[in-house]
Design a protein around this ligand. Sequence first.
Ligand code: PLP
Length: 377
Amino acid sequence: MQRKVIYLDHAATTPLCKEALDKMTPYFCDCFGNADSPHGIGRKAMIAVDAARDEIAALIGASPKEIYFTSGGTEADNWALVGGALAQKGKRVIISAIEHHAVLAAADKLRDMGVKVDVLPVNDRGRVELSALEEALDADVGLVCVMSANNETGVIQPIEEIASLCKERGCLFFTDAVQAMPYLNIDVKALGVDMLSFSAHKFYGPKGIGALYIKSGVKIEKFVCGGEQERGMRGGTVNVPAVVGFATALKKTVAERAERATHLTKLRTAFLRQLEGLDGVSVNGEEGLPAVLNLRFEGVENDTLLYAMDLEGIAMAAGSACASASVKPSHVLTAMGLSEKQARGSVRISFGKDNTEEDVIFAAKALRAQVEKQRKM
Ligand code: PLP
């Protein structure tokens, strides 16, 4: 009998939860209206969109008019960075060295447009040092971007402190909370951020839907141009089923967050226990999100290791899924001071709510055996 696949790549994406699917289903064929249409079928769709927006806003401490739906985390990141910088009339932008490619590529676009973008380093534990930001911040800076938690290491950044520093210095602060949202208690007002991005498929919602929180009064240029949807700020027909699924998945996630964190921490501990006594293994980055574990093995190449694990039915990753076709070593790990060789010997394991302790013990034993085997080759 074939054994089920053990999926340990939840930082890349998660399966849709049943509750979200059930809530979404009527909006594909029965209630299919365009939410901006001026008739009953359209109004019905808009009622669902408004209810989802109200729910999502309440779950992150925002007001509904501060939530703008996008096609996912990438678009929200692109928009915050490009739209935020343009509204700041070409003032300097600072991003951390460990941002997702959605931010890095948008920063390159800004550079092409003549905006100066500086990169903030991280320490060897993967964290932005407040003192480095303090030094880099002067009156020329219009926008700072530091992610809430990293997608490769799970390291959590000091967002509240950064937000307060940016406020004091009079510049905008944007945080990519795509990875943080499933696991950390996010209250935009308590954090003090100006903009925050998040994406449904990281917490058992549908793919292709996300949102950008833009604090009331914050000026940002439009990014996706078209119709007058999203209060004139984002063109494009609203993806009604996805919006409905997004709200449902976030509601469930927030309700189960603490319970999931306890379970994930247990899985992380169980996994690490299986590697005790194995030489040449280290954890990359300080402990952060309970779901993410980034491990470095001396004397192995991550691509060979991941291929062998995949053949055994165990899905893991080397880092960001968006960079998995890239031959470059992880920019996150090299920013933390790892050599290219060390970065190429690193793998990311990201646990999910439906993994069992038995699954992760099996996977960790298989990983250990593969590392030992490949070191002998
Ligand atoms: N930001 C971070 C930190 C991510 O991990 C991801 C997805 O991997 C994204 C942005 C992009 O989100 P999406 O896949 O919704 O475009």
